[in-house]
Design a protein around this ligand. Structure first.
Ligand code: NAP
Length: 333
């Protein structure tokens, strides 16, 4: 498996996103989930992405079981905090545009509590890459990152990351403590990060971890989802939008066939061609697909193919609504 750098942190060029193991995209048994994570490690994937909020902490516990007995030093554990899932904790409401809101807390005292809980669930002494999941609209990002930096100094965290942030927030945070990775939704159906966020990460020597690299499955051919699926309320999957998106991306499947690869591999290979600091973290519940996705690192696309893809999904494209709209909140009381 090829390697890439997220700031100073070396990881496999493709990581594994564990969120989908928690039932957001359909249920899967615990044994199969553990097996899928282990298969990712066996394929040479070193970067495992989770968050304290996935399955209300259960995803981290699952990961702990999967890495039990493996060489801890060879695994890069990335987790996130900031989405409040304990009903006794306070936070600030953030509307997602997917039919639900999130509750966000980036206060220093919460950061410390969240980290200690993550370490316990993961059964490890340190976390390799610790992200702020979403910036807290009620807490300056400098304050949150200052608290995160204390945990680096305490030896509980190796590197810091930010997720779902603007270029300006990255610059402010990086002045407080070096940021190694910025995680953002980036794929052929959401390219607006190319406008200011990606250039900023390159300027500052920060890695970019692409979440939803398969368009949450759409780019891999999963264009229809069940009513109880997490994606059902995403406007991208609904009515005319869906039809429009199906038509837009159908030529991608044709191109993949032409190249003798799958549509998922084409979407991942395209991302890897957008810069050496980009690391996609596709999620799947199926071991065979882990392998298929990992193999995308070997695919070389010609300038002609890249130009055809650009016509299909132009630079800066943002299909349908933004992932998150921040509600104006001056207090979390
Ligand atoms: N920072 C954030 O706010 C944030 C938000 C969302 C996600 N994430 C992270 O990013 C990771 C990936 O994002 P995601 O899971 O939302 O979206 P994704 O990786 O773009 O797509 C996952 C979907 O694609 C399907 N899939 C995967 N490989 C496939 C293949 N080779 N062929 C056909 N279908 C395939 C999966 O179905 P099967 O399971 O059936 O294979 C699943 O439904 C998450 O696991 C999480 O770690 C971060």
């Amino acid at each position: 498996m090829q390697r890439r750098k997220l700031g100073p942190l070396e990881v496999s060029a493709i990581g594994y996103g564990a969120m989908g193991l928690e039932g957001y995209y359909g249920s899967i048994g615990q044994a199969d989930a553990i097996e899928t994570i282990r298969h990712a490690l066996d394929c040479g994937i070193t970067l495992l992405d989770t968050a304290d909020a996935y399955g209300d902490g259960h995803n981290e516990a699952l990961l702990a079981q999967a890495i039990n007995g493996r060489n801890r030093d060879a695994i890069v554990i990335a987790t996130k905090f900031g989405i409040v899932f304990d009903p006794d904790e306070r936070g600030t409401s953030l509307t997602t545009g997917w039919g639900f809101s999130l509750n966000i807390n980036g206060r220093p005292e919460y950061a410390q509590r969240a980290l200690d809980a993550s370490l316990k669930r993961l059964g490890v002494e340190y976390i390799d890459l610790w992200y702020l999941h979403y910036p807290d609209p009620a807490t300056p990002i400098q304050e949150t990152v200052g608290a995160m930096a204390e945990q680096v100094h305490a030896g509980k965290v190796r590197y810091l990351g930010l997720s779902n942030v603007t270029a300006e927030q990255v610059r402010h945070a990086h002045e407080v403590h070096p940021i190694s990775a910025v995680q953002y939704e980036y794929s052929l159906w959401r390219r607006e990060a190319e406008q200011t966020l990606l250039p900023t990460t390159r300027d500052l020597g920060i890695g970019c971890v692409a979440w939803g690299p398969l368009g949450t499955g759409f780019l891999a051919g999963m264009t229809r989802v069940a009513e109880d699926d997490f994606r059902y309320h995403n406007p991208r999957y609904q009515g005319e939008n869906r039809q429009h998106n199906e038509e837009r991306f159908a030529p991608l499947s044709d191109m993949a066939k032409e190249l003798g690869i799958t549509a998922a591999q084409l979407a991942l290979a395209w991302l890897l061609h957008q810069g050496s600091n980009i690391v996609p973290i596709p999620g799947t519940r199926q071991a065979a697909r882990v392998e298929e996705n990992a193999a995308a690192v070997e695919i070389v696309l010609t300038p002609e193919h890249l130009a055809r893809i650009d016509q299909l999904a132009p630079a800066g494209l943002h299909v349908e609504t933004p992932w998150c709209k921040t509600r104006d909140v001056t207090s979390d009381a």
